[in-house]
Design a protein around this ligand. Structure first.
Ligand SMILES: C[S@@+](CC[C@H](N)C(=O)[O-])C[C@H]1O[C@@H](n2cnc3c(N)ncnc32)[C@H](O)[C@@H]1O
Length: 294
């Protein structure tokens, strides 16, 4: 078994935290456990040699390899089902009213892992809109840092036992059973989700428009508090007014450090602007800016 020195471990932890936000400080056995076989099979004689490879490789191969091995990707269909009920009962009716003119809903599943979360969102949307769906563009952007999980997500093939939480009617409607073991998400649902590799630590978020809903569940739990607050504030910027942020139920939100309003467990909102009594200068200001002309 290959051992890692304190110095090697500290270097690796610092690299992963700086580049991906993930804090592995207390995860020494996970790091060693997930990397040692790879190192042995690929003729690295020490962790130092591997770290040197990671730090000098310009192709992105080493970085992908590290991320693919060190991220925790546990997820499942219908996870935290209250969220999908809330999406269906509260968020979608609100957005349909708000966006009836554009018929354009933008939803981001940030840290989507192997796809179960964005596919559950897509099924919830399909089930909500039914035949009206044709008229709406409700594509979901689903991103993750790990290429390994994104490959699985794009394929959309899952063990039948992983569909246990999916209602039987949805299983019939939205999956094709391949055999006794596996099923595949139907094309109609697959085409509603666009998977991309994206690092949430990127300085610039490369989106053209703000989102109506952001799911970032069970991702920030791996980040330190400062990184969490910075990310939550970036989500705030990238949400439409009135938009919703869903986080994991085991995650905490420091409300004092953000402008989000608490809605219910693990759901937050970028408040709609409050109507307020206008004085004369306000009215002048409003009429100019709200016309969109100047
Ligand atoms: C535990 S999974 C959560 C999956 C899903 N959101 C859910 O709640 O079931 C966390 C995911 O976050 C991803 N992740 C971690 N750090 C990331 C980063 N800096 N940028 C993008 N994704 C990241 C991991 O690769 C992993 O797939």
């Amino acid at each position: 078994m290959m051992t890692i020195s304190e110095q090697e471990f500290a270097k690796l932890v610092a690299y992963v935290k700086k580049n991906y936000g993930v804090d592995l400080t207390r995860k020494k056995s996970l790091v060693v456990g997930r990397l040692q076989n790879y190192l042995a099979k690929n003729n690295f004689d020490s962790f130092s040699a591997f770290i040197k490879y990671v730090l000098t490789d310009q192709t992105g191969t080493a970085a992908n390899l590290l991320v693919n091995r060190l991220t925790t990707n546990h997820t499942f269909f219908m996870r935290e089902p209250q969220h999908f009920n809330f999406l269906r009962e509260v968020v979608l009716p609100y957005l349909v009213k708000k966006e009836i003119g554009s018929k354009d809903l933008r939803i981001w599943s940030a840290g989507c892992s192997t796809g179960e979360e964005p596919y559950t969102i897509a099924m919830t949307i399909a089930d909500y809109f039914r035949i009206e769906k044709e008229a709406w563009d409700t594509k979901i952007l689903a991103t993750d840092i790990s290429t390994k999980v994104l490959d699985i997500a794009v394929a959309g093939v899952y063990l039948n036992e992983k569909l246990r939480m999916v209602p039987a009617t949805w299983r019939r409607k939205y999956f094709n059973q391949i055999d006794e073991e596996k099923s595949e998400v139907k094309e109609a649902i697959k085409k509603e989700v666009i998977f991309r590799q994206f690092n949430l630590m990127e300085k610039v978020f490369p989106f053209k428009k703000r989102f109506h809903v952001i799911f970032c569940r069970n991702v920030m739990i791996y980040f330190d508090t400062k990184t969490q607050i910075e990310l939550v504030n970036r989500f705030y910027e990238w949400l439409e007014t009135g938009g919703y942020l869903f986080i994991g139920h085991s995650e905490t939100m420091n409300l004092k450090a953000t402008k989000f309003r608490y809605v219910c467990p693990a759901i937050y909102r970028k408040e709609e602007e409050k109507p307020h009594s206008l004085n004369a200068p306000d009215i002048m200001h409003q009429s100019l800016s709200s016309s969109g002309r100047w």
